[in-house]
Design a protein around this ligand. Structure first.
Ligand SMILES: [Zn+2]
Length: 111
């Protein structure tokens, strides 16, 4: 029942630029904000493509945002299933569900 896994704590560290989530199974995931921004699941950012494989489709280049450091203005909770970050570039349509975040979880050493 992986659907039962949910965050027990969400920490936004603006100074160091990461979001940290502690999950109900005690795993801790730390997401660099720039990676989180580029993983934005909204239609606008994904351009209608499936987002799991980052292939170098020429059409995709148009939708990629140049690498830079992002910061988050704030993070809104959406019901009990997702967060919606408001980025400093004004973008805020990405809904990061728990399931998606869990899948994005960087493999952190020492957890
Ligand atoms: Zn987006």
């Amino acid at each position: 029942m992986t659907s039962a896994i949910r965050p027990t704590g969400i920490t936004l560290n603006k100074r160091e630029g990461f979001l940290e989530i502690r999950w109900s199974d005690d795993a801790v995931c730390r997401y660099p904000l720039s990676e989180l921004r580029e993983a934005c699941p909204c239609v606008e950012c994904r351009g209608g493509h499936a987002f799991m494989g980052r292939e170098h489709d020429p059409e995709d280049i148009l939708t990629l945002t140049p690498k830079r450091s992002y910061s988050v203005e704030r993070i809104d909770m959406i019901g009990n299933y997702a967060i919606q970050p408001v980025w400093d570039d004004g973008h805020h349509t990405g809904l990061y569900t728990w399931e998606y975040l869990r899948r994005l979880c960087p493999k952190t050493a020492g957890v």
